[in-house]
Write a protein that binds this ligand. Structure first.
Ligand SMILES: Cc1cc2nc3c(=O)[nH]c(=O)nc-3n(C[C@H](O)[C@H](O)[C@H](O)COP(=O)(O)OP(=O)(O)OC[C@H]3O[C@@H](n4cnc5c(N)ncnc54)[C@H](O)[C@@H]3O)c2cc1C
Length: 460
């Protein structure tokens, strides 16, 4: 390598940071990774819900099109943990559950008139065929879908879902985001008539995170948890000083995998054009409650809520996907809600949140009794879901920040696909390749960024 071994600091121990750290160490660099959480894994991390039983803070599954993460799982030798299981989706509307696992179920969606069901089917089939998503950059999902479906069908189905997911920002979301969701579900099936299968890592995503962390250690990465840089300062010759627990640590390059507002705080000297892109990165937050139940709540894994009165975006019954026998016979249900951090729910205590949510479960299953709840947990994430506005390809922050040897890889750069662990692995792989090439070429890495060059517009 032209420049020899470099010392690189990686900030953030989620899927992007761990993947980037592994690749940089494999390329011969000396890597230190800081994760301020107690445990590695970021948004995909799991915790012990019962003796020897782990479950993610936030519900997680994979799609069959998630090639980058599946390749990593193979590479790490844990493919025997990856299961592909039938998905089981439903809609909650008009006070009842409507299964929605294919065209026949769509035709039976009795809470909208028959010709609305046909229209939804035709619009979905059309979107599945669209490959040129660029034209969806100029129109909001709300406007496009309302026109395509008609006001009533939109309001009762996809509009209700958009409102549940994006709240006050629902009207800002570009149609590209919605197209990306449809595209994902289409490419995730082996054939259009196939029953959709979703992936899960038996034993939880911690199996992958631990294997990745072990591979990092074996490649020489120093993994530091429970702390991270509070400040980054540029020093001579494009080197960086990270202030960690009040002590300065010098590195040749920094790879930040933190949400955009955090990088803005860490590195106040970013070029204004780049800082403006970070300021423009908006996210929905998420609050997720997990209930351990003695009985199943329903027979659906993924229940979309198309009812504005219910305080959830979705009810995800994990043990209708993985068998309860893997969970000591208990039933685990996630109550998920996306929201803005000024929403009253965000500041409720865990107990208040559970007390507010639980009465609604009787609407989903009239037999439900609060006594079924053995235990509950609540988790919060500020940067849960990037909000993709119109013409986002022109607004994506580049990997190169414009400051020498300071790089960013986070979920706001995933486009046109929606964020997900697969794409964080892809970000980590791509960013490491770029950093490596920059360092090898000893190029002037702080060269002004080409603001017009979108990052990774076409899916692989
Ligand atoms: C509710 C919910 C459901 C989801 N469902 C799925 C799903 O079904 N399938 C799927 O594939 N994906 C899902 N995702 C998305 C997926 O988990 C994320 O896209 C992915 O894990 C992000 O990884 P990352 O490394 O890019 O970021 P993160 O996981 O956010 O990692 C960034 C890390 O940086 C750390 N950090 C921040 N500041 C500092 C600092 N100063 N010093 C040190 N460390 C710092 C944070 O603690 C964090 O661990 C879901 C996410 C949520 C919120």
């Amino acid at each position: 390598m032209a420049n020899g071994k470099q010392r690189i600091g990686v900030i953030g121990g989620g899927m992007a940071g761990l993947t980037a750290a592994l690749r940089l160490a494999q390329a011969g660099h000396e890597v230190v990774l800081w994760e301020r959480g107690k445990r590695l894994g970021g948004q995909a991390v799991a915790f012990e819900v019962d003796d020897g039983v782990h479950l993610e803070h936030f519900y997680h599954h994979l799609f069959q099109s998630d090639r980058d993460i599946v390749a990593l799982i193979d590479e790490l030798g844990i493919a025997d943990h990856l299961l592909w299981l039938p998905s089981n989706v439903g809609y909650f509307a008009d006070g009842r559950i409507w299964p929605l696992n294919g065209a026949l179920d769509l035709l039976r969606l009795g809470f909208i008139p028959f010709h609305d069901r046909l229209r939804i089917g035709l619009v979905t089939a059309y979107l599945q065929r669209v490959r040129n998503w660029k034209r969806f950059e100029a129109v909001t999902a709300e406007n496009w879908l309302r026109r395509a479906l008609g006001q009533r069908a939109y309001d009762r189905t996809l509009g209700a879902q958009l409102r549940a997911k994006f709240g006050a920002a629902a009207g800002d979301v570009a149609m590209v985001w919605f197209w990306g969701k449809i595209w994902l579900r289409t490419t995730s099936r082996r054939s259009p008539l196939d029953q959709e299968k979703l992936g899960y890592i038996r034993g939880s995503f911690n199996v992958l995170i631990d294997a990745l962390a072990n591979a990092c250690r074996a490649a020489g990465v120093e993994l530091v948890t429970g702390t991270g840089p509070e400040r980054l300062s540029e020093i001579d010759g494009g080197r960086w000083e990270a202030m960690v627990d009040g002590a300065p640590i010098e590195v040749d390059a920094v790879v930040a995998t933190v949400p955009s507002p955090i990088l803005l705080r860490l590195a106040p000297g970013l070029p204004p054009a780049y800082a403006a892109k970070l300021t423009g990165s908006r996210y929905e937050a998420a609050i997720v409650a997990i209930l351990r139940l003695t009985h199943p709540l329903s027979d659906i894994y993924w229940l979309n809520i198309a009812d504005d009165d219910l305080p959830f975006t979705g009810i995800i019954e994990h043990t209708n996907f993985m068998p309860p026998s893997d969970y000591n016979g208990k039933h685990y249900v996630y109550l998920g809600k996306y929201l803005e951090t000024d929403h009253p729910y965000w500041s409720l205590s865990d107990e208040e949140l559970i007390a507010t949510n639980v009465p609604f479960l009787q609407r989903v299953n009239p037999a439900f009794r609060p006594e079924w709840i053995e235990r509950s947990w609540v988790f919060r994430e500020r940067a849960a879901q990037p909000i993709v506005p119109l013409h986002y390809s022109e607004r994506i922050p580049d990997f190169r920040t414009g400051l020498p040897n300071l790089y960013l890889a986070n979920t706001s750069q995933i486009y046109p696909e929606d964020r997900g662990t697969n794409y964080s692995v892809r970000l980590g792989n791509r960013l490491a390749a770029m950093v490596n090439a920059d360092l090898e070429a000893a190029a002037p890495t702080g060269a002004p960024i080409d603001a017009d060059r979108p990052l990774a517009l076409a899916p692989d």
